[in-house]
Every structure is written in structure tokens, then in C-alpha cells.
Write a protein that binds this ligand. Structure first.
Ligand SMILES: CC(C)(COP(=O)(O)OP(=O)(O)OC[C@H]1O[C@@H](n2cnc3c(N)ncnc32)[C@H](O)[C@@H]1OP(=O)(O)O)[C@@H](O)C(=O)NCCC(=O)NCCS
Length: 222
């Protein structure tokens, strides 16, 4: 798939990334994982199994050959000791990223279809400041930027939530894009205080998908 390679551009060398079309099957899962998705609809089993298969491939590269990747009551994946990771799927693509906790304390990845976000959703996703930025973009581009804002916020939430267990809404995360570097800065309560500076992530806009990645360095977190 043409945009799939973009996933490898999201992180530096301390993060391993895998991507796959959504083609997983229940047979790909380890027994404990299969039990976790016993009540899922068929499509959800496919995405869950694809994510677990990609995760297994990456965990194997880190020396974990057989590790059932469970999840807690808040859906956070239960990575092996010393590993941090993140999973995302859209209807036709799955992305998984993992790293050692020696290097990375929080990791978030997100992929969404590249089609524009419907204007009626913009005010829910965007803060007033983001909304002003969006209005300054060429009209034909606004829906795709809004979709990317959504993706970046989901990715940031996934990186930060497992560390804090605190829920945020879309209005409590503020994003500033730097299109010249294809990066974003994220402001969330508590994050800047921990890092001592705003966190910076990477986004990519492809023909079929938009993607975002945020890695919070281990040395900068408590
Ligand atoms: C966590 C969340 C962001 C995931 O988004 P999603 O639309 O379900 O879609 P994705 O496919 O990209 O991600 C799903 C994966 O995220 C991971 N995930 C789920 N909840 C998570 C959490 N609280 N923290 C970290 N990762 C989480 C899981 O691995 C899940 O895949 P799996 O169930 O197959 O293992 C979203 O479901 C959610 O709970 N949001 C909370 C409220 C919110 O949206 N706040 C505003 C964000 S700014």
C-alpha cells in the first residue's frame, strides 16, 4: 500500500514500527488474547488480531517471542516489563509502535483515513485557537487539517493516558502544527510541567491516510 511506508517516518531509531492491512484472524491470537475478544464483532476481531500480530512481530525483535498482549479495564495494552507501545487501526490499516522504557516513557500512534473531517465536527475537536488557525488555511485543505488534528489528539492521549490515568477531552489538548517540519506541539495539563517544555510529535499526510506519532522520552518523565 503506497502510504504504508510513512509510518516509519513517525519516530526516531529508538522506536520500532509495524504496519499491516487489517487482515488478522482469531487464529493469529494466543489463547488469552482470543478470550479477550470473545464478544467482539467480526470486524473488531480482525483489527484486534492484526494489532496483536504486528505487536508480536515487534516484541519478537525485542526478545519477547511468546507474550500474550492483554489489556486492562481502560483498554490500555499490557506490554511486557520494560516495553512501552501503542496500537492504532483504521478500517484498512493497522499501526503499532513499541520501544524500550529505557528510552521512552510514553508512546502514542494514530492512523485515520485521509478523507476530510465533516465541518459539523470541527467545533467539537478544535479549541477556539485551533479553529482560528484552521480558518486561516486554504478552504479546500481545512477538512483534512481537522482530520489530522483529531488524529494528533488521539495519539497524544494514548501516549499520556497510561502514565497519568487521567482522561482529557478534545478541548483540553491544544495542538500547534509546524508544517515546514511536519511536526506538532502538544499542550496538555501536566505534560509541559513534566517535560519542562511542550512535547513535539510528528505527523504525515498521505493520499489514503493521515498518521501521527508522539514519543515522550524516558529521561524527561518522572
Ligand atoms: C483511546 C482512544 C484514543 C483510542 O482511539 P480509537 O478511536 O478507539 O482508535 P484506535 O484504533 O486508533 O486505537 C485503539 C487502540 O488504542 C489503544 N488504547 C485504547 N484505550 C487506550 C488508552 N486509554 N490509552 C492508551 N491506549 C489505548 C488500544 O490498543 C486500542 O486497540 P486494541 O483495543 O485493539 O488493543 C479512544 O478510544 C478513547 O478512549 N478516547 C478517550 C476520550 C477521547 O477521545 N478524548 C479526547 C482525545 S484528545
Amino acid at each position: 500500500m503506497p502510504d504504508q511506508g510513512l509510518a516509519r517516518e513517525l519516530f526516531g531509531g529508538d522506536v520500532l514500527v509495524a504496519s499491516s492491512p487489517i487482515d488478522g484472524r482469531a487464529d493469529d491470537l494466543l489463547p488469552d488474547e482470543r478470550a479477550a475478544c470473545a464478544r467482539f464483532a467480526e470486524r473488531r476481531v480482525r483489527e484486534f488480531a492484526t494489532g496483536r500480530r504486528c505487536a508480536r512481530q515487534l516484541l519478537g525483535q525485542m526478545g519477547w517471542t511468546v507474550f500474550p498482549l492483554g489489556r486492562d479495564a481502560q483498554r490500555v495494552p499490557l506490554w511486557p516489563p520494560g516495553v512501552v507501545g501503542s496500537i492504532s487501526h483504521t478500517k484498512d490499516l493497522c499501526l503499532v509502535a513499541v520501544a524500550s522504557t529505557r528510552d521512552v516513557a510514553g508512546l502514542g500512534v494514530d492512523v485515520e483515513g485521509a478523507e476530510p473531517l465533516a465541518p459539523k465536527l470541527w467545533s467539537r475537536i478544535c479549541t477556539p485557537r485551533e479553529r482560528r488557525w484552521l480558518e486561516a488555511q486554504p478552504q479546500a485543505e481545512r477538512g483534512r487539517w481537522a482530520k489530522l488534528l483529531f488524529s494528533v489528539k488521539e495519539c497524544s492521549y494514548k501516549a499520556w493516558f497510561p502514565l497519568t490515568r487521567q482522561r482529557w477531552g478534545f478541548q483540553e489538548i491544544e495542538i500547534e502544527f509546524d508544517p515546514s517540519r511536519r511536526e506538532f506541539r502538544v499542550s496538555m495539563a501536566g505534560l509541559e510541567e513534566h517535560l519542562g517544555h511542550p512535547a513535539t510529535g510528528v505527523y504525515r499526510r498521505g493520499r489514503r491516510w493521515v498518521m501521527a506519532g508522539l514519543s515522550l522520552p524516558a529521561r524527561d518523565t518522572p
